[in-house]
Design a protein around this ligand. Structure first.
Ligand code: ATP
Ligand code: MG
Length: 741
């Protein structure tokens, strides 16, 4: 018998080992969450190098994110004991960009081509549409064309390959010729968009057998993670690279889980898994069944939920951890989103006190706007956090735009803010118009907003932008009035509507647009927490200011989509309410398809947790200061009772708001069961009674985070307090109450 296997193999279970050591021929690893698919792929990579089967540059390894690529690179290096150079390891896009630089001339590009971002792409499409002429852009906005083109690119369709069946009725069947013009223009500019990277490479491999043969010679092994989420063009590219003329050299290994397919909205096709055996006859399939990530109750909860989906390939998932016993999955019912954020914050603090690193706590949300309440809570508690795969709430473009409008509303002399919004949405104010405005402002030594009010026919501004500017400035005067009479929330809502800002995003058909509109609504909700516009602006300025140590341990906030493939000790899954999760869109669509994808997303969420999973839902959400009751997510009912423990006021299912759908009976019923909240009147426009009025200078108070202290000064809703143990701080009044020492 041969010597004992090397350490990196000894660590694996028999099935995993089989998947690592079956090096020849096509192999599909089909297995549930946390069974070691990514670990197998990484070990296989190292094993290929260790056994001399391949040199580092002879393996092509595809990951779903750049982060995953980095991790795989590190893990391979750890096994090898050194970093390997020249690896073909990265996302589909990164790998294709690198290849395309080598063959750019085959599609008419130079190797130093630029990759355009979505903004540039949109600008270009608009130019193309204008040049084509006769398109009603209100009815057929450029973003719609962008979406059509992206879908074609996801399916590997160059203009020449579009069949009548694939054609689009956009702008009365003009999409295809616009697509053609767009592609031509990109080549003239020596540029590509993201979709082109794959499209061009698939096309090159299809029509240049010599290039393909070169790659067949050099890539001996292909490894693909998260295979269930590949779209058609990615699949074509992979198949081309893997279908070596010698069947004995078709060494492609894909790992995936049909239950974790969550990107169909980006063109991912789960059928690729089914197609694998057909395209690669004799493919072997390995199943991994032991989950090493999560405790038994977490797995039971996830399994019970996903069992509700029809048409699954079917897999077994057994607890494989030595310490698989563990606490049940908690389902916590809370009064409102603020209480939900407070619960999450408290538990993270507890975990921290018990010595758990913050980076092992993750908050996974369904929709981007949800991060706001958690971010504010974490800031209040002084817990550092990071929004993975996205921007922090107040750094998002639409929020910055809206904040700039509010700043001008509050303070017309805020030139920076004014510059940001004066031509957003477009008001025909080109560079020359802005220069005219700036010249006038300088000459008269007045703020830009004043100059905008004064600008006249003499000031070198064309009639159209002049009218637009006049309307904008009249708007601001009106909105200030509304602020006086009806309050800042109504003023902000009116402003966003009347300035055309909301419409700008409504007309935008890019996949991000609905999320941006949700963020704007969330901003209005947040404003409702403050007594005045000034108070809110100050609050945001303070929130934005919190400086961060890049190295610090941080709580991880992200969407469920961004969490794929990751794992954390403690996972919070907030907002499990109908219309939020499952999303309203999936419900509106009707049918099971969209709903099943939401359920897979829930499955992905639960299976990210190693030890602790806490699912929560709020019974009430506030919309523009008004309460509405929220119905708990159907997914909560689908969790097996034996795997969960319910906490909070609606511990009994018969209490569910779903059965008392009226807003009135629902919320009153809850109030009756929750005496400590009877002070809150849900029909009041305000969230909570203002507290600052009852506090006075010199008074002793208690703060949730900083403990006891004495008030030095009061400035609207902010208090300067000297705390007994932590010194002087400026805090928000709503976190302070009178001391009852
Ligand atoms: P996902 O479907 O979520 O992407 P996965 O199948 O890729 O999950 P991995 O991330 O590779 O699973 O592994 C999950 C966890 O289990 C990791 O922490 C990994 O280190 C651990 N693990 C994998 N195999 C074993 C094993 N044989 N023994 C102990 N731990 C293991
Ligand atoms: Mg994985």
């Amino acid at each position: 018998l041969s010597a004992a296997p090397p350490d990196y193999l000894a660590r694996l279970n028999p099935e995993q080992r089989q998947a690592v050591e079956t090096l020849d021929g096509p192999l599909l690893v089909l297995a549930g969450a946390g069974t070691g698919k990514t670990s197998v792929l990484t070990t296989r990579f190292a094993h290929l190098l260790m056994t001399g089967r391949a040199r580092p540059w002879q393996v092509l390894a595809v990951t779903f994110t750049n982060k995953a690529a980095r991790e795989m690179r590190e893990r391979v290096a750890a096994i090898l004991g050194q970093t390997a150079e020249g690896l073909w390891l990265g996302t589909f896009h990164a790998l294709c960009a690198r290849m395309l630089r080598r063959h750019a001339e085959l599609v008419g590009l130079k190797s130093n081509f630029t990759i355009l971002d979505t903004d540039d792409q949109m600008r270009l499409l608009k130019q193309i549409m204008e040049a084509a002429g006769g398109i009603d852009t209100k009815r057929w906005p450029a973003a719609g064309l962008m979406a059509v083109i992206q879908r074609w690119k996801d399916r590997g369709l160059t203009p020449a390959r579009i069949t009548p069946a694939e054609d689009s009725d956009y702008a009365n069947n003009r999409a295809r010729s616009l697509y053609e013009a767009y592609q031509r223009r990109l080549v003239e500019l020596n540029a590509t968009d993201f979709g082109d990277l794959l499209l061009h490479m698939a096309e090159i491999l299809r029509s240049h057998p010599d290039v393909l043969a070169d790659y067949h010679r050099s890539f001996r092994y292909i490894l693909v993670d998260e295979y269930q989420d590949t779209n058609l063009v990615q699949y074509l590219w992979l198949r081309l690279l893997a279908q070596h003329e010698d069947p004995a050299r078709r060494n492609i290994c894909c790992v995936g889980d049909d239950d974790q397919s969550i990107y169909s909205w980006r063109g991912a096709e789960i059928e690729n898994i089914l197609r694998f055996e057909k395209d690669f006859p004799g493919a072997r399939i390995v199943r991994l069944e032991s989950n090493y990530r999560s405790t038994k109750p977490i797995l039971a909860a996830a399994a019970g939920l996903i069992a509700k989906n029809a048409g699954r390939l079917g897999k077994t998932l057994r607890p494989g951890r030595k310490d698989a016993e563990g606490e049940k999955v908690r389902v916590v019912s809370l009064w409102d989103s603020e209480e939900e954020a407070r619960m999450v914050g408290e538990r993270i603090e507890q975990a921290q006190r018990r010595g758990h690193p913050l980076s092992q706590c993750a908050i996974l949300v369904r929709a981007g706007f949800q991060t706001r309440s958690f971010e504010e809570r974490l800031i209040t508690l002084g817990l550092p956090y990071r929004v993975v795969g996205g921007l922090k709430f107040y750094e998002r473009a639409e929020i910055r735009d809206a904040m700039a409008y509010l700043r001008v509303l509050h303070q017309p002399a805020d030139d920076l803010a004014f510059e940001r919004i004066v031509n957003t949405p477009k008001r025909g104010l080109g560079d020359s118009g802005l220069r005219a405005l700036a010249t006038l402002a300088r000459a008269e030594q007045i703020p830009l907003a004043r100059a905008a009010e004064r600008i006249t026919e003499a000031d070198a501004l064309k009639p159209k932008p002049r009218t637009a500017l006049r309307e904008l400035m009249q708007g601001f005067a009106r909105w200030r009035q509304v602020n006086e009479t009806e309050g800042h929330v109504v003023a902000a809502a009116t402003l966003l509507d009347e300035s055309g800002y909301t419409d700008m995003w409504k007309a935008d058909r890019s996949p991000e647009a609905p999320g941006r509109l949700d963020n704007l609504k969330e901003l209005l909700r947040a404003m409702g927490d403050y007594a005045s516009l000034a108070g809110f602006l100050d609050h945001v300025a303070l929130v934005m200011e919190t400086d961060e140590n890049a190295e610090a341990e941080r709580v991880q906030l992200m969407t469920l989509h961004a969490a794929k493939g990751l794992e954390f000790d403690t996972v919070f899954l907030p907002g499990w309410e109908e219309g939020l999760f499952p999303s309203q869109r999936s419900l509106d669509e009707g049918g099971d398809k969209a709903l099943e994808e939401e359920r897979r997303l829930a499955y992905v969420g639960i299976t990210r947790a190693r030890r602790t999973a806490i699912i929560s839902h709020a019974a009430n959400r506030r919309i523009y200061g008004n309460w509405t009751s929220a119905i708990p997510s159907r997914f909560l009912d689908e969790l097996p009772e034996e795997a969960i423990s319910r906490e909070g006021q609606s511990t009994q299912r018969s209490n569910r708001l779903a059965e008392t759908p009226s807003v009135f009976t629902g919320a009153q019923g809850l109030l009756a069961r929750r005496p400590r909240l009877t002070e809150v009147n849900p029909w009041d426009q305000r969230e909570r009674p203002p507290r600052a009025t009852s506090l006075a200078k010199g008074e002793r108070v208690f703060h949730e985070k900083f403990g006891y202290g004495t008030i030095n000064d009061i400035d609207e809703d902010r208090l300067d307090i000297t705390f007994d143990h932590t010194g002087a701080k400026r805090v928000l009044d709503r976190f302070v109450r009178k001391a009852s020492e």
